[in-house]
Design a protein around this ligand. Structure first.
Ligand code: SF4
Ligand code: SF4
Length: 362
């Protein structure tokens, strides 16, 4: 057992003073308006579960899963309650007997195929890449690998244009989806071991990620299983350090901070440094940016199980960016969910991953 379980978090739950400040930031509370749908409500439910104060029913399961694990409540909380740890620990208690159908299927596919989509082709082959020994590795991730191939393609194209000798690895799902929905630690450990063995066999010293979720998982959760013998870097961190001779782009850009890259992994400057390298681009922040950024609603298993809530949250985030020609972000989940929200808000704004624009201009 590597993750904190509910027992070990009892004190953290008791620290919540019920002040209600978390109500001002929670995207689910904004959408549903129920007090149970905000951090303090979920903390009480988790405490009740720990103390066996009630029988579990559908409403309790739904409430604990109607959370995108965005972490904005933790940022706002004056008592520093570790809300996301508490919610994820409660989900671990629930998963075996009460997993939501969509999450159960997702976990089964990860365990059987090594990815949540049930794909059977080897990651990287469809891009004409096979693993070889190199100091730099590129971790495609399930979503760029199978569902947003343009993000993987453009990320690798940039590395090629910069003359980086990099390799893909023999990878499986990073385990983040299981970690977020309360999947079994043993199942997660198998994925961790597979990926770390693949990285170590190739002598990789720096491993680059396009997906904020994969990067956060490697950076913040993998060390709970095994020490890392390499440096994980989000691609924005890697590119921010490079000389990028980019073409002009005379448009107004804004940037959405993915929760798992920003609040969880504290990467805020790197994407902005890249945008500042684009000649003639006008960069304008949304009102809620960096650690205050509003969630896109795509994470924590929310989109898979509660697509309607997820889409409304994304629609509100897209509306924040209406002044811009192009809304950039740096996570395939955010790209997909913001595009999903755009359908609802009928916005004209274009949404892209930052690597797609950089490759176009390089
Ligand atoms: S802001 Fe923190 S202390 Fe206040 S109610 Fe929310 S979780 Fe509890
Ligand atoms: S992590 Fe985000 S969605 Fe979940 S309770 Fe906190 S603010 Fe709400």
């Amino acid at each position: 057992m590597t993750e904190k379980d509910l027992d070990s978090l009892e004190k953290e739950m008791l620290v919540c003073t019920q002040c209600g400040y978390c109500r001002s930031v929670c995207p689910i509370f904004e959408d549903l308006g129920w007090d149970s749908s905000v951090a303090r409500g979920r903390v009480i439910l988790a405490y009740g579960m720990l103390k066996d104060r009630f029988d579990i029913d559908d409403s309790i399961v739904e409430t604990l899963y109607e959370c995108s694990t965005c972490g904005d409540c933790e940022r706002r909380c004056p008592s520093n309650v570790c809300v996301v740890d508490i919610i994820e620990a409660a989900r671990k208690e629930l998963f075996e007997d009460y997993a939501l159908e969509k999450h159960k299927k997702l976990a089964d596919r990860i365990n059987e195929f090594g990815n949540p989509y049930g794909e059977t082709t080897k990651r990287g082959e469809e891009f004409g890449k096979t693993p070889h020994k190199a100091k730099v590795g590129y971790f495609l991730g399930c979503t760029p690998g199978y569902r947003n191939p343009n993000i993987a393609k453009t990320a690798m194209s940039i590395l090629d244009k910069l003359g980086v000798d990099y390799t893909v690895i023999d990878e499986v799902c990073c385990g983040s989806p299981l970690q977020r929905i309360g999947g079994n630690d043993e199942d997660i450990k198998k994925l961790v071991d597979h990926n770390l063995n693949s990285v170590e066999e190739l002598g990789i010293e720096t491993l680059i990620f396009s997906c904020a979720g994969c990067y956060n998982m490697f950076k913040n959760h993998y060390p709970e299983f095994r020490d890392l013998k390499f440096k994980p870097m989000h691609i924005t961190e890697f590119l921010a350090e490079q000389d990028l001779p980019l073409k002009e782009f005379p448009k107004t850009l804004t940037y959405h901070d993915p929760c798992h890259l920003g609040r969880h992994a504290k990467v805020y400057d790197a994407p902005r440094k890249i945008i500042k390298k684009i000649p003639k681009a006008q960069f304008k922040e949304m009102d809620l940016n960096r650690e205050l950024a509003r969630c896109c609603g795509g994470g924590g298993g929310l989109r898979a199980a509660f697509g309607d809530i997820s889409q409304r949250i994304a629609g509100r985030r897209v509306s924040d960016a209406e002044f811009a020609d192009l809304l950039l972000t740096s996570c395939p989940f955010c790209v997909n969910n913001l595009a999903f929200g755009k359908e609802l808000s009928k916005s004209e704004i274009e949404v892209k991953d930052i690597v797609e624009l950089v490759d176009e201009l390089l």
